[in-house]
Design a binder for this molecule. Structure first.
Ligand code: ADP
Ligand code: MG
Length: 693
């Protein structure tokens, strides 16, 4: 074990208690201290003449004590008047001891550091750090003073001393922290050398710009951010390699079965759907697992593409499974697949967390003995107790709700056949390419960039809630013409109970206002079977109006519904609104979306609702969303790993993203041996776990 891989307890003065505090900062070994970067810096490298100080400056001043008095204002305080050649300043202490007062005898020279603020006596430093100077002044700091993020009970100076110990170890054994990006690559990608960066960040030269350093704009921070992004990229590529080391069943194109399926559809595939299917077919023919992401805007027809892929698996004598993020969506897919596949003689099974007792056992038995050729469900599908006879293809719908771990867990589901299933991941979140390349580096990406023909874009209006009666009249009118409508209630997202209550109240109100209509209600607190029944009634046209919470957000498909009211849209993110709105505009009739807001709107909200009114292009909306909420939120990603980076920040370092992939490729081509150590350096144990799955 080198001096840097050693646990922090090896450092002088670090016991169990301190080690635990450090662990809260994710500092476990000595090297972690080196990568614990300052939040900001103080300049204590020069002495500032008192006369040049301004309120808000943090500075070192030096002068002679003129007087030290205990004064009574609102609070008792010790006030020291200090003079240098240029002016006079006060030091003020609210907590002080008599001994302290004694120290400041007139004529004593003092050096103090603090933030200057306007006080009762002019500029004052409150509770400055200070030292009394004897004969001759000690030198000032020779570098900017770093201020680290810390944790309760761990003082800044303590942490700083520990980091200095780590830096001393680095100086003594530089080889213990290897530079994994070799010089020629660093030159090509303009990355300064690692050790120099670490020193520059912990002990910046006096002439370094503390603002640029603190804002992460300094080349040294950017180099570390780049290395971290690189490590994430490498780890995803590693995951991909891992999965693709295994064999997968090579699937025939299944064209016979697919042709029979297509003839029963009331439409033909779009060119974009066909192109994406060709890409999928080519993958499925290989003897290594497909890892493909299909991006397509809301309503672009991803489900049919999934069905076609499933038919390839089934034609090849395998099972296919499709996982959806909500029960409502899983149930809807189940009904669609049943209607599509049973006429072809294919058995479709259904499994969700709420399926209990005998029904659950039966479903599991059919999955195990292979009777169920197509299996639809929620994440319950990929839990430990579900075993497939021969799973050839796993489809994950609305991927942004799932993480990389779930993708990896699929690898185990091929167990019985000894083969790893092909994976098809579908998402409606159209994220910009460079971000996609970072977030989904383990996947190939296909894009369905075309909506089926004959859709009229949804017209969106933004209306204050005092005009509710007009909106109700609009529903009456639409339903009288045989169309259907959604009324979406949004409330404090954290409280499902309140949200459901509000939806019930709204339903009651609308029942009263619209007695001639059949009105249904779905919300998250209803039993799965109840929800399914209401959805089925709505789909069958037995309900005119469906009052719902955001449970209908993803995937729900009822083409005859052409009017959607969203209450308090200002509470939702843009992508969520786009998903919701995507529930209408699925048929040929002109559709409307009414955003019924509660005034007054903040500028911010107004801007967002305007985006919704002006465009139905999911890509543009995603870009705006990215600008407003940042990549972590948009990717939906506590799970993607990218959200948990130590130094890199997807927003701040967005301009680095396009260079990450080329750097990863060059590194893998020229120095593949550097990949693992880089992953370990930045992802630690996590990466170890990926490797094992
Ligand atoms: P999403 O991509 O949002 O999952 P869906 O798969 O739910 O979209 O498809 C939306 C609607 O479009 C469905 O009613 C589906 O049957 C229909 N659809 C899919 N492909 C086509 C097509 N090529 N032509 C016409 N309608 C289509
Ligand atoms: Mg869908």
């Amino acid at each position: 074990m080198s001096g840097l891989d050693a646990p922090v307890t090896e450092l002088k003065g670090v016991g169990e208690a301190l080690a635990q505090k450090l662990a809260r900062l994710r500092i476990d070994v000595v090297a972690d201290l080196l990568f614990h970067l300052p939040l900001r810096y103080q300049d204590r490298t020069r002495i500032t003449p008192i006369a040049t100080l301004r309120s808000g400056d943090e500075a070192v001043v030096e002068g002679e004590v003129m007087a030290a008095d205990v004064v009574r204002g609102r609070r008792r305080s010790l006030l020291i008047r200090l003079r240098d050649g240029s002016g006079i300043l006060s030091l003020r202490f609210f907590h002080f001891s008599p001994a302290q007062q004694q120290q400041f005898r007139p004529g004593t020279r003092v050096r103090a550091f603090g933030e200057a603020r306007a006080g009762a006596t002019g500029l004052e430093l409150y509770h400055p750090e200070y030292r009394l100077l004897g004969e001759g002044a000690p030198p000032v700091e020779d570098h900017l003073t770093p201020i680290y993020p810390t944790t309760e009970g761990l003082h800044q100076t303590r942490l700083r001393a520990l980091i200095d110990q780590a830096l001393a170890r680095l100086d003594a054994t530089p080889e213990a922290l290897p530079e994994w990006i070799p010089e020629p690559l660093r030159r090509r990608f303009e990355l300064p050398e690692l050790h120099g960066c670490l020193r520059a960040l912990h002990h910046p030269a006096p002439d370094a710009d503390p603002e640029a350093l603190g804002a992460g704009q300094h080349p040294a921070v950017r180099r570390l951010a780049m290395e971290e992004l690189l490590a994430h990229q490498l780890s995803l590529r590693e995951v991909r390699l891992r999965i693709q080391e295994d064999g997968a069943p090579s699937l025939p194109d299944g064209r016979g079965l697919q042709a029979r399926f297509l003839t029963q559809l009331p439409f033909s595939l779009t060119a974009a759907q066909r192109r994406v299917l060709d890409e999928i077919r080519a993958d499925l023919a290989e003897e290594r697992p497909m890892l493909r992401l299909v991006q397509g805007d809301v309503g672009s027809g991803k489900t049919v593409v999934a069905a076609m892929a499933a038919l390839s698996a089934i034609a090849g004598g395998c099972q296919a499974a499709m996982m959806a993020p909500t029960e409502i969506l899983a149930e809807q897919h189940y009904r669609a697949f049943k209607a599509w596949f049973e006429p072809l003689g294919i058995e479709v099974a259904w499994l969700a967390g709420k399926l209990k007792g005998k029904a659950r056992l039966d479903a599991k038995a059919a999955i195990l003995d292979g009777r169920a050729q197509m299996v639809i469900g929620t994440h319950a599908l990929f839990q430990g107790d579900v075993h497939f006879q021969r799973l050839g293809l796993a489809i994950i719908d609305e991927q942004h709700r799932f993480g990389v771990h779930q993708r990896l867990a699929l690898r185990e589901k091929g167990e019985a056949g000894g083969l790893t299933p092909h994976q098809l991941v579908m998402t409606a979140t159209p994220i910009p390419r460079t971000l996609a390349m970072s977030a989904y580096a383990d996947l190939d990406v296909s894009v369905i960039d075309e909506l089926p023909p004959g859709r009229t874009p949804v017209k969106t209006v933004v209306v204050p809630d005092e005009r509710r009666p007009e909106v109700v009249a609009r529903i009456r009118h639409a339903c009288a013409e045989g169309r259907q409508a959604y009324w979406v209630c949004t409330l404090i997202e954290e409280s499902e109970a309140l949200q459901c209550q509000a939806a019930e109240a709204t339903r009651d109100e609308l029942v009263e206002a619209l007695p001639e209509l059949a009105i249904g209600l779905v919300h998250g607190r209803m039993k799965a079977a109840e929800k399914a029944e209401v959805m089925a009634d709505f789909k069958a046209g037995e309900l005119d109006l469906l009052v719902a919470t955001t449970v209908i957000e993803v995937g729900v498909d009822v083409p005859n519904a052409s009017l959607m009211i969203i209450e308090n849209p200002e509470r939702l993110g843009l992508s969520q609104l786009h998903q919701l709105r995507g529930r209408v505009g699925r048929g040929a009739t002109a559709s409307f979306c009414v955003l019924l807001y509660h005034p007054p709107l903040s500028d911010h909200s107004r801007k967002r609702l305007t985006v919704m009114r002006e465009t139905t292009d999911g890509f543009r909306i995603a870009e705006q969303d990215l600008e407003i909420r940042g990549p972590g939120e948009v990717l939906g990603t506590r799970q993607t790993g990218l959200a948990q980076m130590k130094i890199a920040d997807l927003e701040r370092d967005a301009d680095l993203l396009p260079r990450v992939s080329p750097l990863a490729e060059s590194l893998l081509a020229e120095h593949p041996e550097a990949s693992r150590p880089l992953i370990r350096r930045w992802l630690g144990e996590e990466a170890g776990r990926y490797g094992q799955v």
